[in-house]
Design a protein around this ligand. Sequence first.
Ligand SMILES: Cc1cc2nc3c(=O)[nH]c(=O)nc-3n(C[C@H](O)[C@H](O)[C@H](O)COP(=O)(O)OP(=O)(O)OC[C@H]3O[C@@H](n4cnc5c(N)ncnc54)[C@H](O)[C@@H]3O)c2cc1C
Length: 397
Amino acid sequence: MPVLPETKSYDVLIVGMGPAGATAAYELSRAGMSVLGLDKQTHPRYKVCGGGLSVRIDNILDAEFKTVVEHTVYGVQFSYGGQDPFFIESPSPIAYMVMRDRFDYLLLEKARRAGTEVHEEEQAVGFLQLPDGVEVTTDRGRYRTKVLIGADGANSLVAQRLFPGRRLHRMPTLESEIGIGQAPVYPGQGKVLIDLGATQRGYAWIFPKTERLSIGVAEFRGRPASPKDVFDRFVRDEKGLAGLSVPRPIGHPLPLFNSAEAAQTGLVQHRAILVGDAGHLVDPLFGEGIYYAVRSGQIAAASVLGTFHDRRRTLLDYELAVAREIYAEFRVASRLARIVYTFPRLCHRLMHRYQEVIDLYYEVLRGKQTYQTFFRKAKGVIKASFRELLRETLSLG
Ligand SMILES: Cc1cc2nc3c(=O)[nH]c(=O)nc-3n(C[C@H](O)[C@H](O)[C@H](O)COP(=O)(O)OP(=O)(O)OC[C@H]3O[C@@H](n4cnc5c(N)ncnc54)[C@H](O)[C@@H]3O)c2cc1C
């Protein structure tokens, strides 16, 4: 009879070592858990991503990640279909720009140093829920784990196999990176560009890095006839890109949060949980996912540790914490997205007129306001300005 290799067991097995998986791995390993982290690729690996991190990441990551920041952002240049540009500056940083190969590698190495056993070039291919854990099959072997964390990104196999009800929307995106060498970055030092008129119901961006520009388009609602046409038109109409040869863009789905879908599908299934993109934890207003990948990894780790230390606790604590901290914010961001992507031209003009609303939004990026407080205050600012305008008009009459 052939001798079957022994099945190794872990407290926690994590599929996917992007920011969500690597963060969960780090937190669990430093708390003394035995953790296996699998990734089907070898890090550092390329990831299609704008690499924009809102500054509130400072509140949840230690300063080590600053070593891979390539550009610090102090404001946004808004334009509409390449026209009507205006720049709204902030006195302090609002975002950092990173290349994902370096950023993700840094988080992965941090997890490895904390004790995570990392297997790269190993792809998880099957999962079986057991009464007291999960059996995971890969292209190299088989493992048992008390808890499985699905951190395998937008095309999550863990979600497909263990969360049968999850058939969630993902939006198409395209992105390209241009090397610019020593040439000055566009739209300028300390700036990023966002164009609300380049797509039907989304935006196009230029996010500068050291010696390169990340250029992309994403739809946030509806579905464009051809994302490639939208991308080509943006590159053609954007004067700052004139003369640059833009490499063919790469497509990747963006698993935006959707409140109706989130209400119907959970993030926990017996001994398995979903974090980051696998759980559709992406901000529906501007597509920020890295912060929520890191944060959900941390929340997941805390919940898993809770169940190991106290038998009365369950993994559902994770779902409740995400609902409280992240979904509550995403619901407001969804309302804002509905307004912005239904009336993009009007919003472009309003942003120009009510710059104090953008200043308030920058406070959200800095973690000084939440979406919930922002929404209340922004409504107040716009109402007060309308009242003033009305008074001025009446007194002129
Ligand atoms: C075009 C585009 C631009 C974006 N721009 C931004 C931005 O500027 N700012 C921002 O905050 N967010 C941005 N995002 C979103 C951001 O990229 C994601 O939210 C983030 O990568 C989520 O991290 P994650 O760890 O959940 O997943 P990922 O980073 O996708 O990591 C998943 C990992 O799982 C591995 N994996 C997958 N399947 C398996 C398997 N079966 N077995 C083993 N390993 C597996 C993969 O190799 C990968 O390393 C953008 C997304 C796109 C598509």
